[in-house]
Design a protein around this ligand. Structure first.
Ligand code: 13P
Ligand code: SF4
Length: 332
């Protein structure tokens, strides 16, 4: 989704700029726009980024749409406002282009919870299985996989494996369990979870529903089975977004990272979006701490200084690209 000038919000404060050593007189939106044109850079942003980053990006999307954009781009460099595995995927698809990330520390609990060496060792237990990995994993894990999927195309990718073949699915056990339930296809699951999506509380969502009886519950398949069971719609971020636009309901309880609500409100300004509550007393635990490391200031610095730049070890590039390309081909 490309922004228009009218949709760009200007919310930077001079205080924030001073802390980063950036001249507070600078208009960051103008500077980012000038630099991206000067350097022929494309800015890709995930739906979980802050609204101001989504507004300045050339393209905002879910993991699949962002990898498709990265595969198709004619820009000289890619600035990826998302997390490490997303930028790494863009680099694997564009080995000759610089891929820059506003904050290189922006990781992912699913990717971090499935280290390549441990995954390789575990796979030795399943020699005759097809290995499908969710895109939220490292290049090392991708290189050990036969197919990559995202939450948008997981049904299709799993369905593409002949019925007589056994499947290993990694690293998200909740998405894996959801697919087993949906497709009736058994799979061996790596025991990984997303620290954000597993925190939503079924009990609190049900309580919230009593105060908003007409609200529809929408959930990302990384949520626990108990939350998915009470959801009116389950899908990837782009699927949740289009559901809120097309469904006649006026209110939605959103069980995914609340960054997506920015686009939901833009598409449906007259509807109400309520972030699903987390377990315990923590108010902000449903925000992805990795995604939120990226800021407009870091985006500007990264475009200005051409760093931090992401590199993928040469020996992994070709092996990791193969299962991603299979996914892109199957998703056409
Ligand atoms: P989507 O591909 O649905 O955008 O999900 C990405 C993600 O990291 C969810 O936590
Ligand atoms: Fe990873 Fe969860 Fe953050 Fe998505 S929301 S990037 S799966 S930690």
């Amino acid at each position: 989704m490309a922004p228009t000038d009218a949709t760009v919000s200007r919310t930077s404060t001079s205080g924030v700029l001073a802390e980063t050593g950036i001249d507070p007189a600078l208009d960051l939106f103008e500077e980012i726009d000038r630099l991206r044109k000067e350097k022929n850079a494309v800015i890709l942003a995930h739906y979980y980024q802050d609204g101001e980053i989504q507004d300045i990006a050339d393209f905002v999307g879910d993991s699949l749409q962002l990898s498709q954009s990265a595969a198709d781009t004619t820009a000289d460099r890619i600035v990826f406002a998302g997390v490490h595995f997303m930028a790494e995927t863009a680099k694997i698809l564009n080995p000759d282009k610089p891929v820059l990330v506003p904050d290189m520390e922006a990781g992912c609990s699913l990717a971090d919870g499935c280290p390549g060496p441990a995954f390789g060792k575990w796979l030795r237990n399943y020699p005759d299985h097809v290995v499908i990995s969710y895109i939220n994993c490292s290049a090392e894990v991708k290189a050990l996989s036969d197919l990559i999927c995202t939450s948008s195309n997981a049904h299709k990718i799993v369905g593409s494996v002949p019925a007589d073949k056994k499947i290993v699915f990694a690293p998200d056990r909740h998405l894996g369990r959801y697919l087993i339930d949906k497709l009736g296809r058994d799979m061996v699951l790596w025991p990984g979870t997303c620290q954000v999506h597993e925190i939503f509380s079924e009990k609190k969502i049900v309580q919230l529903k009593t105060r908003h009886p007409n609200a529809k519950v929408i959930a990302h398949p990384e949520c626990e089975r108990s939350v998915l069971r009470i959801a009116d719609h389950v899908g990837s971020t782009s699927s949740l977004l289009s559901f809120t636009a097309s469904d006649p309901s006026d209110e939605f309880i959103v069980a995914t990272e609340p960054g997506i609500i920015h686009q939901m409100e833009k598409l449906s300004p007259n509807k109400t979006f309520i972030p699903a509550p987390a377990r315990g007393a923590c108010e902000a635990c449903n925000e992805c701490p990795h995604m939120k490391l990226n800021t407009l200031e870091k985006l500007y610095l990264c475009l200005r200084d051409d760093r931090p730049e992401l590199f993928v070890p040469e020996e992994l590039l070709d092996r990791a690209r193969l299962p991603i390309e299979r996914m892109l081909e199957l998703s056409r």
